[in-house]
Design a protein around this ligand. Structure first.
Ligand SMILES: NC(=O)c1ccc[n+]([C@@H]2O[C@H](COP(=O)([O-])OP(=O)(O)OC[C@H]3O[C@@H](n4cnc5c(N)ncnc54)[C@H](O)[C@@H]3O)[C@@H](O)[C@H]2O)c1
Length: 328
């Protein structure tokens, strides 16, 4: 029996993500939580003739979050405000940091063993916030906490196929680092199957992978950021994790993790100047993150340059998240 919760379930990401989870054969119970509109979203999804039973909660009488989270195996968090044109993900910190802190406090209290997938931006900082909250409740296990960077991976394979031809589903692109602008580092020299990116197209392709989210923010013209592609990417990550938890082997997904707590993470940490959080391809297994892989030694000179910029940005983002909790 798998019980999944979506926190922020009424939002632009939350609704389609909840739909995908509701129709997944890997989910038995789906619990929806938001500060608004969950009764409607829940009633709507509950009419789908899929295996999952759907329950929906609001914060009413202070018990909504507790009811939503009790017994959960996996908690996906897309709660919080999205970007408007001209905003960076870091601009969201002021509001989303507190939202993530409060929701993860609920996880620590009501389902401390759950696997937690953080989508809320800025992911580079909200995952450190989640880790600090879990640590403060003595329930932190790095193998159960994931920053969802899958949309960068999804975008990378789409944009690569647009440059070199073929189907986007043909290409697996390792994207490492973080989830904002220059901290997103696609390792195009390690695409499988191997492809040659024409040198005159390289800068533009890397820039598009790093700032692809801005295309959506601009096109939505003030009404939000990526929601449908994000719901797809978030679901794909959740599905990979659920398959791995169910015993399937050989599943590897890039994700933003706390390196010192994941096997193989220390080697990555040394390669990134001691940063505690970094996205790398991680093998998923019955206990969550079972092995971080280190693709950095194979990075070419161009990618090393990208990594240097990413490390600078990430160190600031990580400290900001950690201090938000430690200075309380
Ligand atoms: N990780 C990624 O790749 C990625 C990609 C796109 C967007 N995002 C981020 O995901 C977040 C959500 O984006 P969206 O477009 O769905 O926004 P949205 O505004 O459409 O939805 C957010 C939802 O969160 C709810 N919410 C607010 N405070 C809450 C709380 N305390 N508890 C529970 N729910 C709460 C809101 O009521 C709303 O329904 C944003 O922070 C956005 O930047 C991440």
């Amino acid at each position: 029996m798998v019980k999944a919760a979506v926190l922020g379930a009424s939002g632009g990401i939350g609704q389609p993500l909840s739909l995908l989870l509701a129709i997944s054969p890997l989910v038995d119970q789906l619990s929806l939580y938001d500060v608004v509109n969950t009764p409607g979203v829940g009633a709507d999804l509950s009419h789908i003739n899929s295996k999952a039973t759907v329950t929906a909660y609001l914060p009413e009488d202070g018990k909504g979050l507790e009811k939503a989270l009790t017994g959960c195996d996996i908690v996906v968090i897309p709660a919080g405000i999205p970007r408007k044109p001209g905003m960076t993900r870091d601009d969201l910190f002021k509001i989303n940091a507190g939202i993530v802190r409060d929701l993860v406090t609920g996880v620590a209290k009501f389902c401390p063993k759950a696997f937690v997938l953080v989508i809320s931006n800025p992911v580079n900082s909200t995952v450190p916030i989640a880790a600090e909250v879990l640590k403060s409740h003595n329930v932190f296990d790095a193998t159960r906490l994931f920053g969802v960077t899958s949309l960068d991976v999804v975008r990378a394979s789409t944009f690569v196929s647009e440059v070199v031809g073929g189907s986007p589903t043909d290409y697996k692109v390792p994207v490492v680092g973080g989830h904002s602008g220059e901290t997103i580092v696609p390792l195009l020299s390690q695409i499988t199957p191997s492809v040659e990116i024409p040198s005159d197209k390289l800068d533009a392709l890397v820039n598009r992978i790093q700032f692809g989210g801005d295309e959506v923010v601009k096109a939505k013209d003030g009404t939000g950021s990526a929601t449908l592609s994000m719901a797809y990417a978030g679901f794909k990550f959740a599905e990979s994790l659920l398959r791995a938890l169910g015993g399937e082997t050989g599943i590897v997904e890039p994700t933003y993790v706390y390196l010192p707590g994941v096997k193989g993470g220390e080697e990555v940490q040394k390669a990134v100047g001691g940063l505690e959080f970094f996205a790398v391809p991680v093998e998923l297994g019955p206990t969550g993150a079972v092995q971080a892989t280190n693709p950095l030694p194979q990075a070419n000179e161009y990618e090393q340059g990208l990594l240097e910029a990413a490390k600078k940005g990430l160190s600031v983002n990580i400290v900001k998240g950690v201090e938000f909790i430690s200075k309380l």
